[in-house]
Design a protein. Structure first.
Length: 268
């Protein structure tokens, strides 16, 4: 008779069983390359045979599931390595920060969906796909909604200029360059989190601020002055904080405020 036990409910024999890398990759649903990468990062360290081959157990399967779950919600692998060794509250803080970030993205997506729907309705009513109509979608992505912006025609003009210039620059970048910039941002943000309680004038914070400025300009170009880009970023953060006050205490918001203070200190 066939054994229909699920791996989620292993028998004592299953607990003692070991798997070579290829078998374990098929069992866990991750690639061999990913398993090797987890091993290099210290996330998942299987036993080794006398010949040096990796050997996995059912216990390692639970570790893989934890890693994959945290990775799926956007936590960097190097942070996962630390969080899995930390206590529950540390993981709860990381999850809360990620949730707040996802909620911010959700609001942006809702606005984007509404903008696309407006364009659809205009086209279905006989309108033409002219640049002015389609530009509304770009503006929703790069600029906060009308009720988020500072008042006045001058402020509106500044927001529109920032949106146009930064969008133009990003479209000029290749996918590989954008991917590399994203990787550098992820690394920088992780480094900033480690110095949140330090003084803006501290050498390590000043070094991070220099990287921060360089990445802002690499991502947005130099057509818009740096003070304008920073001012727009701060204004966006304030609007998010009005709708979700908890954002102000998030590592993301604290990191941005620290970098702004560090840049201000360097230029004073």
């Amino acid at each position: 008779m066939a054994d229909n036990r699920d791996v989620d409910d292993p028998s004592p024999d299953d607990q003692a069983r070991t798997y070579r890398t290829r078998e374990f990759a098929a069992l866990s649903g991750v690639t061999i390359r990913a398993l090797h990468h987890y091993d290099r990062l210290g996330l998942l360290t299987p036993r080794r045979t006398t010949a040096g081959h990796r050997v996995y157990s059912i216990g390692d399967l639970e570790s893989v599931r934890q890693i994959v779950a945290l990775k799926l919600i956007g936590l960097p692998l190097k942070d996962i390595a630390v969080l899995r060794d930390a206590n529950g509250p540390a993981l709860a803080v990381a999850l809360r920060t990620r949730r707040v970030s996802l909620e911010v993205q959700q609001r942006l997506l809702n606005r984007l969906i509404a903008a696309i729907r407006d364009v659809e309705d205009a086209l279905n009513s006989g309108g033409s796909a002219d640049p002015q109509l389609l530009r509304r979608i770009v503006e929703v992505i790069d600029v906060p909604h009308e009720d988020d912006k500072r008042g006045g025609d001058e402020a509106d003009a500044e927001w529109r200029r920032v949106a146009i210039e930064t969008s133009k620059h990003r479209r000029s970048l290749s996918p590989d360059v954008l991917s590399e910039l994203g990787r550098q941002w992820e690394s920088l943000l992780a480094d900033i989190q480690a110095v949140l309680d330090q003084d803006p004038s501290a050498p390590v914070v000043q070094q991070l601020a220099a990287r921060w400025v360089a990445l802002i300009e690499a991502m947005n170009g130099t057509a818009v002055p740096l003070p304008t880009l920073i001012r727009c970023g701060q204004s966006t953060l304030r609007q998010f904080e009005k709708k979700s006050p908890e954002i102000s205490s998030s590592p993301w918001a604290r990191g941005m405020n620290l970098m702004v203070r560090a840049v201000t200190h360097a230029s004073s």
